[in-house]
Design a protein around this ligand. Sequence first.
Ligand code: HEC
Ligand code: HEC
Length: 342
Amino acid sequence: MKNIIVILIALLFCSGIFKEKFFETPQDWPQPFYDFKKNPLKKEKILLGRVLFYDNALSQNNSISCASCHSPYSAFTHIDHALSHGIFDRIGTRNSPALMNLAWQKAFMWDGSVNHLDMQALAPITHTAEMNFSMDSLVLRLQSNSTYNFLFQQAYGDPSVTGERILKSLSQFMLTLVSSNAKYDEVKRGKTTFTDQELNGYRLFKENCNSCHTEPLFTNGSFANNGLGIDETLNDFGKMKLSGKKEDSLHFKIPTLRNIEYSHPYMHDGRFKKLSEVINHYTSQIRQGNSLSYELRNKIALSANEKVDLIAFLLTLSDKKFVFNPAFQPPKKINTSPKDLK
Ligand code: HEC
Ligand code: HEC
C-alpha cells in the first residue's frame, strides 16, 4: 500500500502540474514583501506544503486540517459559520481570513499579532480551539510516516522532519496562492471592459473605499477602525490588546476585497452574511468614536442604485481561476490516514 502511494506521488510530480512558474509578480503590482531568498520556492517543497495544508494529521486527534477552516472553494476561508470551528467542535473567537496574495502582507491575523508568514502556522497547530497539538509531537508523528519520509527527502534532500521545515513548506504552498485574474485585472490589462454599472461602482469605490482597500491588492496593509460596534460577548478590541494603545481600540487588519463574493461571512467576527449588509454598515451604521478611522468620519451617502453598482464592481474581483486552480486543490492521490501514523 505504502509503495503504491509513493508511486502515485511520483506520478503527480511528473504530471506537469508544476510546469508553469510557481510565483510571478503580476504586472503593475508592487514587489512582494516576503523575502524569497530565505526560503526559495521549489516544486517539491510546495507540494509538501500542500500535502501538509490538507492533512488532518496536523491536529491532535487527526480531525482538523488547515483546509478545514481555509477551504479553496471559498478563497481559503470557511463559509458555513461566523467564528472558526476547530478540534472537538470548539469554537474560536474570530472569523478565519481568506488566504491569498500573502507574499505582499507584512502582518498576519486580524490584530497583526504574527509578523512573519513562516511563524503563522504555529498558532493554529498549538491553539487549543484549533488543532490542539504541539510542534514536537507533530514532528514525531510525521517522522514515522513513510509518505512524509519520501516527501521530505524530495524537498530537502534527506527525510528528516523538523519544525522549521514544516513551517517553511507550509509558507511555500501559501505563497503560491496568488489571485490576479479577476475581471478587474482583465479590464486593467485591456482585455475586456466594465459594464456601465461596474464602471459607476468603480468610481464610487475609488471615492469611498480605495484609501483603505487600495488597488491592486485591495488592502493598504494597515489597520483601521471601520466603525463596527463592539460585540459584547467577544469583547474583541483588536490591535489595542497587543499595543496597549487607546488609539488602536477596535483597529483590525484591513482585509483584501479580492474574491469577496466567495469569502462570506464578513468582518473579524463574521457578523455580516451579505455584501449588501456591509454596504449598509458603511452608509448608515458607522459608530463614531475617538478611534474611528479618519477616512470614515464623514458620512458616505449612496442611493439604492449606487449601492447596487458598488456591489457590481466588487463582484468583478472574483477570480474563478484562483478558486478552481487545480494546483491549489487537495492532493487527491496522497492519503495519510491515521492508520499510517503511529
Ligand atoms: C479552527 C480553524 C482554523 C484552522 C484549523 C487553521 N486556521 Fe488559519 N486562521 C483561522 C482564524 C480564525 C484566523 C484569524 C485569527 C486571528 O486573527 O486571531 C486564521 C489566520 C490565518 C492566517 C493569517 C491570514 C491573514 O490574512 O492575516 C494564515 C496565513 C493562516 N491562518 C494559515 C493557516 C494554516 C497554515 C493552518 C494549518 C496549519 C491554519 N491556518 C489552520 C482559523 C483556522
Ligand atoms: C478606514 C479604512 C476603511 C475604509 C475607508 C473602508 N473599509 Fe472596509 N474594512 C476596513 C477594515 C479595518 C475592515 C475589517 C474590520 C473588522 O473586521 O473588524 C474592513 C472590512 C470590509 C469588508 C469585509 C471583508 C472581509 O473579508 O471580511 C468589506 C466587504 C469591506 N470592508 C468593504 C468596504 C467598502 C465597500 C468600502 C467603501 C464603501 C470600505 N470597505 C471602506 C477598513 C476600511
